[in-house]
Design a protein around this ligand. Structure first.
Ligand SMILES: [Zn+2]
Length: 313
Protein backbone atom coordinates (compact mmCIF):
# COMPACT_ATOMS: atom_id res chain seq x y z
CA UNK A 1 0.00 0.00 0.00
CA UNK A 2 2.77 2.44 0.78
CA UNK A 3 4.48 2.03 -2.56
CA UNK A 4 2.96 3.34 -5.74
CA UNK A 5 0.84 1.20 -8.01
CA UNK A 6 2.38 0.93 -11.47
CA UNK A 7 -0.64 2.52 -13.07
CA UNK A 8 -0.66 5.80 -11.16
CA UNK A 9 -0.63 8.82 -13.47
CA UNK A 10 1.88 11.47 -12.44
CA UNK A 11 -0.02 14.30 -10.75
CA UNK A 12 -0.26 17.79 -12.23
CA UNK A 13 1.15 19.84 -9.39
CA UNK A 14 0.57 23.58 -9.66
CA UNK A 15 4.22 24.66 -9.47
CA UNK A 16 5.65 21.72 -11.44
CA UNK A 17 4.25 22.85 -14.78
CA UNK A 18 6.07 24.38 -17.74
CA UNK A 19 5.45 25.41 -21.33
CA UNK A 20 8.87 26.74 -22.26
CA UNK A 21 12.09 24.92 -23.14
CA UNK A 22 14.83 26.31 -20.87
CA UNK A 23 17.26 26.17 -23.83
CA UNK A 24 20.31 26.08 -21.56
CA UNK A 25 22.62 25.78 -24.57
CA UNK A 26 22.21 29.54 -25.14
CA UNK A 27 23.10 30.71 -21.64
CA UNK A 28 26.77 31.39 -22.34
CA UNK A 29 26.26 32.66 -25.91
CA UNK A 30 26.30 36.45 -25.47
CA UNK A 31 25.70 37.34 -29.17
CA UNK A 32 22.71 34.96 -29.27
CA UNK A 33 21.33 36.40 -26.03
CA UNK A 34 21.72 39.98 -27.24
CA UNK A 35 19.93 39.16 -30.50
CA UNK A 36 17.18 37.32 -28.62
CA UNK A 37 16.67 40.23 -26.21
CA UNK A 38 16.20 42.75 -29.03
CA UNK A 39 13.98 40.52 -31.20
CA UNK A 40 10.46 41.99 -31.57
CA UNK A 41 8.75 38.73 -30.59
CA UNK A 42 10.65 38.42 -27.30
CA UNK A 43 8.62 38.56 -24.08
CA UNK A 44 9.92 40.03 -20.83
CA UNK A 45 8.62 39.29 -17.36
CA UNK A 46 9.37 42.12 -14.91
CA UNK A 47 9.81 40.76 -11.41
CA UNK A 48 10.60 42.26 -8.02
CA UNK A 49 10.51 40.74 -4.56
CA UNK A 50 8.90 37.55 -5.86
CA UNK A 51 6.04 39.42 -7.52
CA UNK A 52 5.09 40.04 -11.15
CA UNK A 53 2.18 41.82 -12.79
CA UNK A 54 -0.86 39.71 -13.56
CA UNK A 55 -4.26 40.35 -15.05
CA UNK A 56 -7.32 38.41 -13.92
CA UNK A 57 -9.35 36.73 -16.63
CA UNK A 58 -12.48 34.58 -16.75
CA UNK A 59 -10.36 31.44 -16.58
CA UNK A 60 -7.65 32.40 -14.11
CA UNK A 61 -4.71 34.78 -14.14
CA UNK A 62 -2.20 35.71 -16.82
CA UNK A 63 1.28 37.14 -16.47
CA UNK A 64 1.87 40.54 -18.04
CA UNK A 65 4.76 40.02 -20.47
CA UNK A 66 6.27 43.03 -22.21
CA UNK A 67 8.11 43.35 -25.53
CA UNK A 68 11.72 44.11 -24.70
CA UNK A 69 11.55 47.61 -26.21
CA UNK A 70 8.89 48.45 -23.59
CA UNK A 71 10.82 46.88 -20.73
CA UNK A 72 13.43 48.74 -18.72
CA UNK A 73 16.91 48.43 -20.19
CA UNK A 74 18.35 48.30 -16.68
CA UNK A 75 17.95 45.51 -14.13
CA UNK A 76 19.13 41.92 -14.13
CA UNK A 77 18.10 39.83 -17.12
CA UNK A 78 17.57 36.10 -16.68
CA UNK A 79 17.04 34.05 -19.81
CA UNK A 80 14.11 31.70 -19.12
CA UNK A 81 13.93 29.83 -22.43
CA UNK A 82 12.13 29.61 -25.75
CA UNK A 83 8.76 28.21 -26.78
CA UNK A 84 7.68 26.08 -29.75
CA UNK A 85 7.12 29.22 -31.85
CA UNK A 86 10.68 30.39 -31.29
CA UNK A 87 9.67 33.16 -28.87
CA UNK A 88 12.34 33.91 -26.26
CA UNK A 89 11.47 34.70 -22.64
CA UNK A 90 13.47 36.76 -20.17
CA UNK A 91 12.80 37.81 -16.60
CA UNK A 92 13.90 41.32 -15.69
CA UNK A 93 14.59 41.70 -11.98
CA UNK A 94 14.54 45.18 -10.50
CA UNK A 95 14.26 46.96 -7.17
CA UNK A 96 10.63 47.69 -7.97
CA UNK A 97 8.13 46.65 -10.61
CA UNK A 98 7.62 49.15 -13.46
CA UNK A 99 5.50 52.08 -12.32
CA UNK A 100 2.99 52.32 -15.11
CA UNK A 101 1.16 49.49 -16.80
CA UNK A 102 -2.02 49.67 -18.83
CA UNK A 103 -5.33 48.17 -17.84
CA UNK A 104 -6.01 46.10 -14.77
CA UNK A 105 -2.53 44.71 -14.15
CA UNK A 106 -1.70 44.17 -10.48
CA UNK A 107 1.31 42.74 -8.65
CA UNK A 108 0.94 39.18 -7.36
CA UNK A 109 3.15 36.35 -6.14
CA UNK A 110 3.23 32.61 -6.70
CA UNK A 111 1.37 31.68 -3.54
CA UNK A 112 -1.58 33.71 -4.72
CA UNK A 113 -1.71 32.98 -8.44
CA UNK A 114 0.50 29.90 -8.89
CA UNK A 115 -2.54 27.65 -9.24
CA UNK A 116 -4.50 29.87 -11.61
CA UNK A 117 -1.81 30.59 -14.19
CA UNK A 118 -1.40 28.62 -17.43
CA UNK A 119 1.29 25.95 -17.59
CA UNK A 120 3.60 28.34 -19.46
CA UNK A 121 3.08 31.22 -17.05
CA UNK A 122 3.39 29.06 -13.93
CA UNK A 123 6.70 27.68 -15.19
CA UNK A 124 8.04 31.13 -16.08
CA UNK A 125 7.12 32.63 -12.72
CA UNK A 126 8.52 29.76 -10.64
CA UNK A 127 11.79 29.90 -12.58
CA UNK A 128 12.05 33.69 -12.29
CA UNK A 129 11.15 33.86 -8.59
CA UNK A 130 13.70 31.18 -7.71
CA UNK A 131 16.49 32.89 -9.66
CA UNK A 132 15.69 36.34 -8.31
CA UNK A 133 15.89 35.18 -4.72
CA UNK A 134 19.12 33.29 -5.26
CA UNK A 135 20.83 36.29 -6.88
CA UNK A 136 19.73 38.57 -4.08
CA UNK A 137 21.43 36.41 -1.43
CA UNK A 138 24.63 35.47 -3.28
CA UNK A 139 26.41 38.74 -3.93
CA UNK A 140 29.62 37.46 -2.33
CA UNK A 141 31.83 34.46 -2.96
CA UNK A 142 31.47 31.72 -0.36
CA UNK A 143 35.07 30.68 -1.03
CA UNK A 144 36.96 34.00 -0.69
CA UNK A 145 34.40 36.65 0.31
CA UNK A 146 34.84 38.93 -2.70
CA UNK A 147 31.89 40.16 -4.77
CA UNK A 148 30.37 37.87 -7.37
CA UNK A 149 28.77 38.94 -10.65
CA UNK A 150 25.93 37.49 -12.66
CA UNK A 151 26.85 35.29 -15.62
CA UNK A 152 25.29 32.52 -17.69
CA UNK A 153 22.20 34.60 -18.49
CA UNK A 154 21.28 34.56 -14.82
CA UNK A 155 22.04 30.89 -14.10
CA UNK A 156 25.52 31.40 -12.69
CA UNK A 157 27.47 33.82 -10.51
CA UNK A 158 31.21 34.14 -10.90
CA UNK A 159 33.63 35.50 -8.30
CA UNK A 160 35.39 38.70 -9.40
CA UNK A 161 38.51 37.68 -7.46
CA UNK A 162 39.05 33.90 -7.47
CA UNK A 163 36.80 33.13 -10.48
CA UNK A 164 34.89 30.44 -8.55
CA UNK A 165 31.60 29.64 -10.21
CA UNK A 166 28.46 29.47 -8.08
CA UNK A 167 25.25 27.88 -9.33
CA UNK A 168 21.70 28.44 -8.12
CA UNK A 169 21.00 26.47 -5.00
CA UNK A 170 18.01 24.23 -4.44
CA UNK A 171 17.41 22.68 -1.03
CA UNK A 172 15.79 19.23 -1.10
CA UNK A 173 13.00 18.78 1.40
CA UNK A 174 10.88 15.69 2.01
CA UNK A 175 7.15 15.85 2.66
CA UNK A 176 5.30 12.70 3.53
CA UNK A 177 1.90 11.16 3.99
CA UNK A 178 2.39 8.57 6.73
CA UNK A 179 -0.36 6.04 7.35
CA UNK A 180 -0.91 3.39 10.02
CA UNK A 181 -2.36 -0.13 9.86
CA UNK A 182 -5.91 1.25 9.87
CA UNK A 183 -4.96 3.56 6.98
CA UNK A 184 -5.30 6.63 9.17
CA UNK A 185 -2.99 9.49 8.18
CA UNK A 186 -0.55 11.40 10.34
CA UNK A 187 -0.94 15.17 10.25
CA UNK A 188 0.77 17.79 12.35
CA UNK A 189 0.32 21.39 13.33
CA UNK A 190 3.27 23.74 13.65
CA UNK A 191 3.17 26.21 16.49
CA UNK A 192 3.70 29.11 14.09
CA UNK A 193 0.82 28.20 11.79
CA UNK A 194 -2.59 29.85 11.86
CA UNK A 195 -5.07 28.27 14.24
CA UNK A 196 -6.55 25.09 12.78
CA UNK A 197 -3.95 24.57 10.04
CA UNK A 198 -2.91 20.91 9.77
CA UNK A 199 -0.66 19.33 7.19
CA UNK A 200 1.61 16.43 6.39
CA UNK A 201 5.00 16.37 8.10
CA UNK A 202 8.00 17.75 6.22
CA UNK A 203 11.65 18.59 6.69
CA UNK A 204 14.95 19.25 4.98
CA UNK A 205 17.27 16.50 3.81
CA UNK A 206 20.52 16.67 5.76
CA UNK A 207 24.04 16.34 4.35
CA UNK A 208 25.06 12.73 3.81
CA UNK A 209 21.50 11.43 3.99
CA UNK A 210 19.25 9.74 1.43
CA UNK A 211 15.77 11.12 0.93
CA UNK A 212 14.27 7.87 2.23
CA UNK A 213 16.35 8.19 5.40
CA UNK A 214 15.24 11.81 5.74
CA UNK A 215 11.57 10.75 5.66
CA UNK A 216 12.04 8.29 8.51
CA UNK A 217 14.24 10.63 10.57
CA UNK A 218 11.94 13.65 10.27
CA UNK A 219 8.82 11.68 11.21
CA UNK A 220 10.54 10.18 14.24
CA UNK A 221 12.06 13.50 15.35
CA UNK A 222 8.86 15.48 15.00
CA UNK A 223 6.21 12.97 16.01
CA UNK A 224 8.02 9.94 17.55
CA UNK A 225 6.53 7.62 14.93
CA UNK A 226 8.67 4.84 13.39
CA UNK A 227 8.37 4.62 9.62
CA UNK A 228 9.10 1.47 7.64
CA UNK A 229 8.70 1.26 3.89
CA UNK A 230 8.45 4.55 1.98
CA UNK A 231 7.59 5.26 -1.65
CA UNK A 232 8.17 8.30 -3.82
CA UNK A 233 5.13 10.09 -5.26
CA UNK A 234 6.10 13.35 -6.99
CA UNK A 235 8.05 16.57 -6.61
CA UNK A 236 7.57 20.25 -7.16
CA UNK A 237 9.71 23.34 -6.74
CA UNK A 238 8.77 25.45 -3.74
CA UNK A 239 10.80 28.64 -4.13
CA UNK A 240 9.93 30.12 -0.73
CA UNK A 241 12.80 30.63 -0.90
CA UNK A 242 14.68 27.69 -2.45
CA UNK A 243 13.16 24.29 -1.75
CA UNK A 244 12.43 21.32 -3.93
CA UNK A 245 9.61 19.40 -2.25
CA UNK A 246 9.91 15.63 -2.67
CA UNK A 247 6.61 13.95 -1.89
CA UNK A 248 6.49 10.50 -0.30
CA UNK A 249 4.06 8.04 1.19
CA UNK A 250 5.18 5.85 4.09
CA UNK A 251 3.78 3.27 6.44
CA UNK A 252 4.28 3.49 10.19
CA UNK A 253 5.74 0.37 11.72
CA UNK A 254 3.30 -1.64 13.82
CA UNK A 255 4.12 -0.87 17.41
CA UNK A 256 5.76 2.43 16.44
CA UNK A 257 2.64 4.53 15.99
CA UNK A 258 2.48 6.23 19.37
CA UNK A 259 2.83 9.98 18.90
CA UNK A 260 5.27 12.08 20.89
CA UNK A 261 5.62 15.57 19.43
CA UNK A 262 8.96 17.30 19.68
CA UNK A 263 7.34 20.52 20.94
CA UNK A 264 9.70 22.57 18.78
CA UNK A 265 8.64 22.21 15.17
CA UNK A 266 5.30 20.61 15.93
CA UNK A 267 2.82 21.75 18.54
CA UNK A 268 0.52 18.79 17.88
CA UNK A 269 0.27 15.66 15.76
CA UNK A 270 -2.63 13.26 15.35
CA UNK A 271 -3.80 10.23 13.44
CA UNK A 272 -6.83 11.07 11.29
CA UNK A 273 -9.33 8.73 9.69
CA UNK A 274 -11.01 9.99 6.53
CA UNK A 275 -14.12 10.61 8.60
CA UNK A 276 -12.11 12.59 11.21
CA UNK A 277 -10.68 14.78 8.47
CA UNK A 278 -13.98 15.32 6.68
CA UNK A 279 -15.77 16.25 9.91
CA UNK A 280 -12.94 18.53 11.02
CA UNK A 281 -12.87 20.43 7.76
CA UNK A 282 -16.64 20.73 7.57
CA UNK A 283 -16.86 22.09 11.11
CA UNK A 284 -14.12 24.62 10.37
CA UNK A 285 -11.78 23.15 13.00
CA UNK A 286 -9.28 21.97 10.40
CA UNK A 287 -7.82 24.05 7.63
CA UNK A 288 -6.10 21.88 5.03
CA UNK A 289 -2.95 23.15 3.32
CA UNK A 290 -3.02 25.42 0.26
CA UNK A 291 -4.28 24.01 -3.02
CA UNK A 292 -0.93 24.67 -4.73
CA UNK A 293 1.03 22.64 -2.18
CA UNK A 294 2.22 19.08 -2.59
CA UNK A 295 0.87 18.48 0.94
CA UNK A 296 -2.65 19.05 -0.36
CA UNK A 297 -2.01 16.60 -3.19
CA UNK A 298 -0.73 13.94 -0.76
CA UNK A 299 -3.74 14.41 1.51
CA UNK A 300 -6.23 14.18 -1.36
CA UNK A 301 -4.44 11.20 -2.85
CA UNK A 302 -4.94 9.41 0.48
CA UNK A 303 -8.46 10.79 1.01
CA UNK A 304 -9.53 9.50 -2.41
CA UNK A 305 -10.47 12.82 -4.00
CA UNK A 306 -10.90 16.50 -3.17
CA UNK A 307 -11.43 17.19 0.51
CA UNK A 308 -14.65 19.08 1.32
CA UNK A 309 -14.54 22.80 0.73
CA UNK A 310 -15.54 25.27 3.39
CA UNK A 311 -16.15 28.98 3.43
CA UNK A 312 -12.93 29.48 5.39
CA UNK A 313 -10.75 28.91 2.36
ZN1 LIG B 1 36.02 34.04 -4.73
Amino acid sequence: MSTLPDTETPPRLALARAGVDRAAQHRLDEPWLAAAWSHPSTKVLPISGGEAFVVDTDHGSELVLLPSFEASQTGDRYFLGTDDDGVSYFALAGETLPGRLDGDARPAGLREVGGSLSDRDAGLLVHAVALEHWHRLHSFCSRCGHPTEKAGAGHLRRCTSCAAEHYPRTDPAVIMMITDEQDRCLLGRQALWPEGRWSTLAGFVEPGESIEQAVAREVFEEAGVRVGEVGYVASQPWPFPASLMLGFVGRAEPGGTEITVDGEELAEARWFSREDLRAGIESGEILPPSGISIARHLIERWYGGPVPSTARW
